[in-house]
Design a protein around this ligand. Structure first.
Ligand code: FMN
Length: 167
């Protein structure tokens, strides 16, 4: 084995799960931020966690509203992964910019793009300062899935995006 940097880790764990962190903006529209660093944290009760960089508008929206939808996008949303991860919702309507069709989700005003394989509706319970990121531990309220959608994964770290299985 050879020594590698922490930045090389995603290249060694590929394919990597990718999500869109969906939050509500003050005007009622939905902001979306591309995110790789998330996981299930507890199953009983259901909890998830994810890390948000300190420059992200999403951090402010989560602090204000304490509510999130973590969306696992279908492979058709590959361009949106790049689009939502390379600009800020402070000055951009990402749904418009990425030409997304948004779907309603039961029990929340937050919307999610179409198609998604999984939607996790959750409430922020705790945060932990992790230097350049803030870790969010969230209580899961509801989970919705569609087995017919192929999720998109990051390959070669996050250099390429594609489904994980050949059919
Ligand atoms: C492939 C990819 C993966 C990303 N993963 C993360 C992540 O795990 N955590 C994070 O804070 N930002 C991540 N980002 C960066 C955010 O998506 C980016 O900061 C975004 O502009 C935040 O949007 P906002 O300002 O509207 O919240 C990723 C971006 C890309 C393109």
């Amino acid at each position: 084995m050879k020594q590698v940097t922490i930045g090389n880790i995603p290249a060694f764990t590929s394919p990597n799960s990718m999500v869109l962190i969906c939050t509500e903006k003050p005007d009622g529209s939905t902001n979306m931020a591309t995110l790789a660093w998330w996981t299930i944290a507890s199953t009983n009760p259901g909890k998830i966690m994810f890390a948000i960089n300190k420059g992200a508008y999403t951090l402010e929206l989560l602090a204000q509203n304490k509510e999130v939808v973590v969306a696992v996008p279908g492979v058709e949303l590959t361009p949106a992964l790049i689009g939502c991860g390379t600009c800020s919702g402070r000055d951009t309507d990402k749904a418009v910019k990425c030409q997304l069709t948004m779907q309603e989700i039961e029990g929340t005003a937050i919307k999610a793009p179409v198609p998604c394989k999984l939607l996790i509706h959750a409430a922020v319970a705790e945060t932990l300062d992790a230097d350049d990121h803030v870790v969010h531990l969230c209580d899961v309220k509801a989970v919705y899935g569609d087995e017919d959608v192929d999720a998109v994964f990051g390959w070669k770290g996050y250099a390429e995006f594609a489904a994980a299985q050949k059919k």
